[in-house]
Ligand binder design. Structure first.
Ligand code: SF4
Ligand code: SF4
Length: 439
């Protein structure tokens, strides 16, 4: 794609990067076929190619974002299916991230929307605040249907519908908090390695059982696990809201905390059980590339970051006793894992090797609609995607659904009675732990 940035514009490293990305795009349109919003809405401006044009126009002309630009960028799930499909290697992720930052900086959203985004950015990354908010949401949950019915979906996502979607996502009961930061979990036998496990923010409130399962599997196989003190939310949620200063502050705090741990106790890897977080941590090196103090340590941290399944594939798991060999598992490929981190076969191979009957889900490249805060901010598109995903899952008649991302798990569980579990919970069960849902 031909671009027309001035030399003065190109002196800005972000614009120089955008220029490189835009020039790689050859307008072929292959990406449109796998873009969930284009598949649903059929509007070129809701496709990757259409959004790339909108972003190009906004950056080249150095214009404030228009309402139309904001509408179509907001509808993008950042699922990155387009990056998997693109034959020219266009880095849409870094381009749309830049567009979101520009929108946040230069576009004044209506007051209710600003307040909602502010609340999400403040509450979600803080487990204590998030826990308190979930308790309140549980009480208000009966109002969710009322809010959701307040306006026809075609009218667009109003504040009421967004609040309704948020309340509908609140779980009926909150589990007890999981292990506290600073704890070290010793191995059951000889120590073969040492890793940090990202504690996560929303996940540690909604499903501490996931990291407990990871700790069980790792320590059972000789890997010491540390929950690093002073670790923060990874910044993914604020990053996708375009609040770059907030996201970069969290990234710096994590790079500093993990670097201290590497220097003191040593770490073979930083493991992540929420693939949305893993994708962003693996990008810290890029996000902090212009930061003199943090660029090098951030790049090192990004190299150490691994999805839990990626790491487990490098160690020999104890043979299964076959208690679960008749369990049919529909594997839901989270976008952040399959498109963001390009991890596709590993989780399925681990499950198969450990005795489960693993089934691929038709249209597995399409997002389930969760996408961070997307299911709150764009509830109508998110629900259509969820229902489509659940219909596809139903075709393989599973006993359980496995996924590697808490956001997808909550989203899918909201529309089916089939148990939705994390891949690591099944691997824990297969290697001597409890059956998921039994404790
Ligand atoms: S597939 Fe890649 S090169 Fe083709 S239009 Fe989409 S982003 Fe551009
Ligand atoms: S990230 Fe997903 S929703 Fe956004 S343009 Fe790409 S494929 Fe479409």
């Amino acid at each position: 794609m031909k671009t027309e940035f001035s030399l003065a514009q190109l002196a800005n490293p972000d614009i120089a990067e955008a220029d490189k990305i835009l020039r790689a795009c050859v307008h072929c349109g292959f990406c449109t076929a796998t873009c969930p919003t284009y598949v649903l809405l059929g509007d070129e401006l809701d496709s990757p190619r259409g959004r790339i044009y909108l972003i190009k126009e906004m950056l080249e002309k150095d214009r404030a974002p228009t309402e139309a630009v904001v509408k179509h960028i907001d509808r993008c799930l950042s699922c990155l299916a387009c990056m998997t499909t693109c034959p020219s290697g266009v880095n849409y992720m870094h381009l749309v991230d830049q567009a979101r930052v520009r929108i946040e900086r230069d576009y004044k959203r209506p007051l209710p929307e600003r307040l909602l985004r502010e609340a999400l950015a403040r509450v979600l990354p803080q487990p204590k605040l998030f826990r308190a908010a979930m308790r309140l949401a549980r009480l208000a949950r009966p109002l969710s249907a009322l809010f959701l019915a307040s306006q026809a979906p075609s009218a667009g996502p109003t504040l009421m519908r967004r609040l309704g979607a948020m309340l509908a996502l609140a779980p009926g009961r909150l589990p007890k908090p999981g292990p506290a930061a600073g704890q070290v979990f010793a191995t059951l036998g000889r120590r073969r390695g040492r890793v940090a496990l990202l504690q996560g923010c929303a996940q540690q409130v909604l499903a501490p059982r996931i990291n407990q399962a990871a700790i069980n599997v790792l320590t059972r196989h000789g890997i010491e696990v540390v929950l690093v003190k002073d670790e923060q939310c990874c910044g993914a949620l604020t990053h996708h809201l375009g609040r770059d200063d907030d996201a970069l502050a969290l990234a710096r705090a994590n790079v500093a905390a993990w670097s201290r741990e590497v220097a003191s106790g040593g770490l073979d890897a930083i493991l992540v059980t929420t693939s949305g977080c893993g994708t962003v941590i693996k990008d810290y090196g890029y996000m902090l590339r212009e930061d003199r103090e943090f660029a090098a340590p951030a790049a090192k941290i990004s190299q150490l970051a691994k999805d839990i399944t990626e790491y487990l594939a490098t160690i020999e798991l104890t043979p299964s006793d076959g208690r679960h060999s008749d369990i049919v598992v529909a594997y839901h490929a989270a976008c952040s894992l399959q498109h963001g981190q390009k991890i596709t076969a590993i989780p399925k191979d681990l499950l198969s090797k450990n005795g489960f009957v693993v089934k691929d889900v038709p249209e597995s490249h399409l997002c389930c609609g969760s996408a961070g805060t997307y299911n709150i901010l764009q509830p109508d598109i998110a629900t259509r995607l969820r229902d489509r995903k659940i219909a596809n899952i139903a075709t393989v008649k599973p006993d359980m659904i496995a996924a590697g991302n808490i956001g997808c798990m909550m989203q899918i569980a909201g529309g089916t009675s089939v148990p939705v579990v994390h891949t690591i919970e099944l691997l824990d069960w297969a290697t001597g732990g409890p059956r998921p849902g039994s404790n």
